[in-house]
Design a binder for this molecule. Structure first.
Ligand SMILES: O=c1[nH]c(=O)c2nc[nH]c2[nH]1
Ligand SMILES: [Zn+2]
Length: 480
């Protein structure tokens, strides 16, 4: 009897009971974070992905064709199908944007002349209001999701707006495009414009409907889904105590993640003290309403006191560091080194459109600058708390924040964030030699470490030949 294997699906010989179909194999360089300080660069490595999108094997130091062929034949994968990376190409885990506002995309690159509260009133709320119209959302959201994928964002944590239908549409779209995403219908029932506000009851009811809708979009496979709902009180300024209490209860009932904004801007913090005079600080306001747990992501955390940071650590919430936004609307500079030293989870966010760039590469660069600004101001002030041995964020740390750090914030660190066997393959195939590449490589000077560093500081989407989510190619320069 002759068996014909389905194209692209092959079985490992010795494990016939539990067929482990291999759908893709790469041979070349892998770069990923094992810890904040340990950036591993594996050259001459074979990485195989199974048909469920998980990493099935990693074979290091495959130095000759014979060894390569032996390994490949064990997995019954045709040698000619192996994707061989050039010396100027490598695989990197996909970027995780832990905080972005999908509806604000049309404003990206504009309106940087006002601080937060004025900026919200003048530019942001009027635009967000437009998403009561599905046809408006249909013009913006597909462009945004395509652009984020093209920039290498394989997972995004989105704020939508207060509108149920267009928030549902965003969730459907993220699923259709194959991105991993957390989508939040925004909650706002006070201190907001008359034509962009909801009642507390509506807000809670629509949020519950939204959660059920998103949970039903996709059946969970082995505990893993691509699209998740996330509870999204905009910030404590625009949510009543009653609303925050109810959202805290919903989060418990559905075991949901939560996202909001915390301690971004001094005027905002002062307003919070006026609104909640009986509570000692901004972080405690959220804690008091049951909104802080290990699945909570708070954007910014620029001006936190030691007491607040202790509470954050205790509740194990994550901080989404959004340096472009912090610079662009002059909110302040977050001391990420301090957060990391204190054991607080940190990821990166673009915070469109407070942040003008959709690219996590730009967030990495701005996080680097922000950490240098903190260092230079502290040195000037002779600040004792300065960590002298590692003053500003290093390349391994920045890479970690953009990948594994983000995975920790979204509680998917066992599933994505780096290349370990059994994890899902969310990855970027980076090509330093791409057409019109913004970086130049010099063979005599540039080893793979330098090429990687050049990509982080000079590269862009032109260098992203392929973008994969759960083993499936979803974007990249050679998709078209
Ligand atoms: O950067 C921000 N963008 C927003 O849309 C927002 N809303 C509350 N606080 C905010 N901060
Ligand atoms: Zn934000």
């Amino acid at each position: 009897m002759i068996f014909r294997l389905e194209p692209y699906f092959f079985f490992k010989k010795e494990n016939s009971k539990m067929p482990n179909k291999i759908s893709k194999v790469f041979y070349g360089t892998l770069i990923h974070s094992l810890s904040l300080t340990n950036l591993e660069i594996l050259q001459n490595t074979l990485l195989g992905i199974d048909s469920s999108g998980k990493i099935a094997f990693i074979e290091k130091n495959v130095l000759d064709e014979n060894t390569l062929n032996n390994i490949i034949s064990q997995w019954e994968f045709p040698q000619q199908e192996v994707i061989r990376l050039s010396k100027r190409q490598f695989l990197l885990p996909g970027f995780i944007d832990t905080h972005t506002h999908a509806p604000q995309y049309p404003n990206a690159g504009t309106g940087m002349d006002l601080p937060l509260l004025d900026w919200l009133n003048k530019y942001t709320f009027p635009l967000e209001r437009s998403y009561s119209s599905l046809s408006f959302a249909e013009k913006v959201y597909p462009m945004l999701v395509n652009n984020l994928l093209r920039s290498g964002t394989t997972t995004a944590v989105y704020f939508a707006t207060i509108h149920l239908e267009t928030s549902k549409y965003l969730a459907r779209l993220v699923k259709e495009k194959g991105q991993r995403g957390f989508i939040g219908k925004v909650n706002m029932d006070c201190n907001s414009p008359e034509d962009y506000i909801e009642t507390c009851d509506d807000s809670v009811e629509l949020t519950e409907e939204f959660i059920k809708y998103v949970l039903n979009l996709e059946k969970e496979e082995n505990g893993s889904r691509l699209v998740h709902p996330i509870i999204t009180p905009r910030f404590a300024v625009s949510c009543s105590s009653q609303l925050m209490d109810s959202l805290g209860l919903l989060a418990k009932q559905y075991n949901m993640p939560i996202q909001s904004h915390l301690s971004e801007n001094v005027a905002e913090i002062n307003f919070i003290s006026e609104l909640f005079p009986h509570l000692p600080d901004y972080t405690t306001v959220y804690d008091h309403h049951g909104l802080l747990n290990e699945k909570t992501i708070m954007a910014h955390g620029v001006h936190l006191s030691l007491k607040e940071r202790k509470l954050i650590k205790e509740r194990n919430i994550g901080i989404s560091h959004c340096p472009i936004s912090n610079f662009a609307i002059c909110s302040g500079v977050c001391n990420v080194r301090q957060l990391l030293d204190e054991g607080i989870k940190v990821g990166l966010g673009t915070d469109l459109s407070g942040g003008y760039s959709k690219s996590i590469l730009n967030a990495i660069r701005n996080a680097n600058i922000a950490s240098r600004v903190v260092f230079m101001s502290a040195s000037k002030a002779n600040d004792e708390s300065l960590n002298k041995s590692f003053p500003y964020l290093t390349l391994p740390e920045l890479t970690y924040l953009a990948t594994m750090g983000g995975a920790e914030l979204v509680n998917l660190d066992k599933i994505i964030g780096n290349f370990l066997i059994g994890k899902e393959f969310d990855a970027l195939l980076v090509d330093a030699d791409a057409y019109q590449s913004p970086l130049d490589v010099f063979d005599d000077l540039d080893d793979i470490e330098r090429i990687f560093e050049k990509f982080i500081f000079l590269g862009d989407e032109r260098n992203l030949k392929s973008v994969y989510v759960k083993g499936k190619k979803v974007s990249g320069t050679d998709l078209m």
